[in-house]
Design a protein. Structure first.
Length: 668
């Protein structure tokens, strides 16, 4: 429309110039120039916006710290514990060849072990609470809650109503039952006390009878022991012969044990003579105990005699002057050993019975006394209940009963409603926190076991068991038996790496070689040079290549973090707004879209996202964006103004004019 108006205007100017001739040429030129400016100002103008896109992908995001370093041969690596503690065990020794992971020393970890136990208990408690929160109430719990509510409602009803004959009768019946229960409890107490005394008396009586029967055999055994040692004319007549056939140590054992048995026998026999069946339980128990000791001492003598006889038999005794005596003893001693053991078993059984009876009696009596006390409390309660019914309920009792009903109603309601989602989430977070603390405790406990960070020879292990090992201080040195590489990092980058981080290494001198390794040591004290703090990092190579030589330069990339199966996009696609982040997306863009730039009549849509890990080029999207969606990474705006000056004559003359120039269109 504008061009048509300009064309008409220029036509009128042309006719005017033909009439006025050259006097108006200047005015025409000015008007024509103005028209051209109008065309340029209001003519066709195109401003294109193109969007450079990329597809959000599911993949792996890796962050790293890079630098250069140098290969070394037999490096000396300091072994530094991560915790302080007293050395409980030093497993390895100086000069010992160690493999990676071998234990060097173990620190005292009592506190760490306690932390593991406590955190495990807390984890189990949190797990139970979480499972209990999710579990539906069982039928029994619901029934118990309903019964409790019904009982509370009945109690409230009784308190609110005036006493009735039925209530009074019930209360009186309760008192009668309580009185009967108390009377029965008292009878049971007397019965238990009497029974306990009788049982103890019976046990001691039976034991005393065993002693009386045993002393006949014990006296015979003591006589045989005396006959083995000597005769009436000489108490130790045979000891000299025994010493000729065996070492004197055998006969010395026999004599020592015999003297002990003789003393025990004298004490027991004296106590037995001073007692009778009418003696107290304590006196009979003392006789039983002393007699048991005699039997045990006699058994010891017989065993030492048997050992001596075995030796004599093995070495021959037929030519001895007391060969007949030895033959007799060889037959008697085994029989006496059996007899002594039988006496011991009988007396021990009696002693055990007395002990068990004496221990159980107080417990039985205490239980019976508790039953009496409970019955007395029950009677008091029944009487108070009866008095309350006769006096009627006061306002406080009714208020308390109403509160109890309300509590029971709420408890029943809690069992029948769905679990609160926020409560479940809170308990789940508590469970996760307890699990993390347990894992942290396990990791801390592992730090008390000092292991070899690399294979090599142990050296300078100068601490001993009981001495303190300090965190960050060298406990020992390992001379590595594999290649290592050393690099230097500034204080910003060194904070991003840690022991055991994986490393990739390439070599300028060996183009086709890429090898891996891991960090085994990081300096804890930096070096300052011209105001810059740097730290040495030592890396152990996983494999050795014969082309790698000590002193070679290497390019090192330390992998600090890895996220697998996450949504990743270019960093340029992520924009920020205050504390939040967003991306611009297009809906419905086809996969065949030109990724170097597309145009769209529909503006992009902003989507708020949660970002995670970021590398130099990519960012992890935790939420808000799915894999496969298109995001804008860059916007390009192209402005184009097209004005065709060569088309001016056609504005002035529909028949056209020379195309060589503007002035040629006018008559001279």
């Amino acid at each position: 429309m504008l061009l048509s108006l300009l064309k008409k205007t220029m036509r009128h100017i042309y006719l005017f110039l033909r009439q006025r001739k050259k006097t108006a040429i200047l005015v025409g030129i000015l008007l024509l120039g103005g028209s051209i400016l109008l065309v340029r100002a209001f003519g066709p103008d195109t401003a294109q916006v193109r969007y450079v896109l990329e597809v959000a992908e599911q993949g792996t995001l890796t962050t790293s710290v890079s630098g250069t370093g140098q290969v070394h041969g037999e490096a000396e690596i300091e072994v530094k514990p991560e915790v302080s503690g007293k050395i409980a065990q030093f497993v390895a020794k100086n000069g010992q060849q160690l493999e990676e992971g071998d234990i060097i020393a173990i620190l005292d970890a009592k506190d760490a072990q306690k932390s593991v136990r406590d955190s495990r208990i807390n984890l189990e408690s949190a797990q139970i609470a979480y499972e209990k929160l999710l579990a539906d109430p069982d039928t029994l719990s619901r029934l118990q809650a309903e019964n409790a509510l019904a009982q509370a409602q009945r109690t409230l009803s009784d308190l609110e109503n005036s006493p009735t004959d039925e209530n009074q009768n019930d209360a009186q019946s309760e008192i009668d039952n309580a009185e009967r229960t108390l009377a029965q409890a008292k009878r049971n107490l007397i019965k238990v006390q009497t029974s306990a005394e009788q049982d103890l008396e019976s046990a001691s009586e039976n034991g005393y009878n065993v002693v009386a029967e045993a002393f006949a055999d014990i006296t015979d055994l003591m006589t045989d022991l005396s006959d083995f040692i000597g005769t009436e004319q000489s108490e130790e007549e045979y000891i000299g012969y025994y010493n000729l056939m065996a070492s004197s140590s055998y006969s010395n054992d026999v004599l020592s044990n015999y003297e002990t048995a003789q003393d025990s026998y004298d004490d027991a026999w004296s106590a037995f003579q001073d007692s009778s069946r009418d003696s107290s339980v304590e006196e009979k128990t003392e006789v039983i105990t002393l007699t048991l000791h005699v039997a045990e001492d006699i058994s010891d003598v017989l065993n030492s005699i048997q050992i001596l006889l075995n030796y004599i038999e093995d070495n021959g005794y037929e030519s001895s002057a007391i060969a007949d005596h030895i033959n007799e003893m060889i037959k008697i001693v085994p029989v006496n050993i059996v007899t002594a053991n039988g006496i011991i078993n009988s007396l021990q059984s009696s002693a055990n019975t007395i002990e068990e009876t004496g221990l159980s009696a107080p417990n039985s009596i205490a239980d019976a006394e508790d039953a009496v006390e409970e019955a007395e409390i029950g009677l008091t309660t029944a009487q108070e209940n009866y008095d309350d019914i006769m006096d009627g309920a006061d306002e406080n009792e009714i208020s308390e009963a109403k509160e109890t009903v309300a509590e029971r109603e709420q408890q029943l309601a809690n069992l029948t409603v769905d679990t609160d989602g926020l409560e479940v989430r809170s308990q789940k977070l508590s469970l996760e926190s307890a699990r993390n603390k347990y894992n942290d405790a396990l990791e801390e406990l592992e730090e008390y076991t000092i292991r070899a960070p690399i294979g090599g020879t142990l050296a300078n292990a100068n601490l001993h068991v009981g001495e303190m090992a300090s965190s960050g201080s060298a406990l020992a040195i390992i001379v590595a038996d594999q290649f290592t590489a050393q690099m230097t990092l500034n204080e910003v980058d060194v904070a991003k790496v840690s022991i055991d981080d994986r490393v990739t290494l390439t070599f300028d001198a060996i183009e086709d070689l890429t090898t891996t390794g891991r960090i085994v040591q990081i300096d804890t004290i930096g070096t300052v040079s011209q105001g810059v703090v740097s730290y040495n990092v030592l890396i152990a190579l996983d494999t050795e290549d014969e082309r790698v030589l000590s002193g070679m330069s290497t390019n090192i990339s330390i992998i600090t973090n890895i996220r697998q199966n996450v949504v990743v996009i270019s960093n340029s696609a992520v924009k920020s707004s205050g504390d939040s982040f967003y991306v611009e997306v297009f809906d419905g863009v086809m996969e065949t879209a030109e990724m170097q730039g597309v145009t769209s009549n529909t503006p992009p849509r902003q989507v708020t996202v949660e970002v995670g890990l970021s590398s130099d080029t990519q960012t992890e999207i935790v939420s808000g964006l799915n894999a496969g969606e298109y995001v804008i990474t860059r916007t390009v705006t192209n402005t184009t103004t097209s004005t065709s000056v060569s088309s001016a004559p056609s504005l002035l003359d529909s028949g056209g004019g020379p195309s060589g120039g503007f002035g040629d269109s006018f008559p001279r």
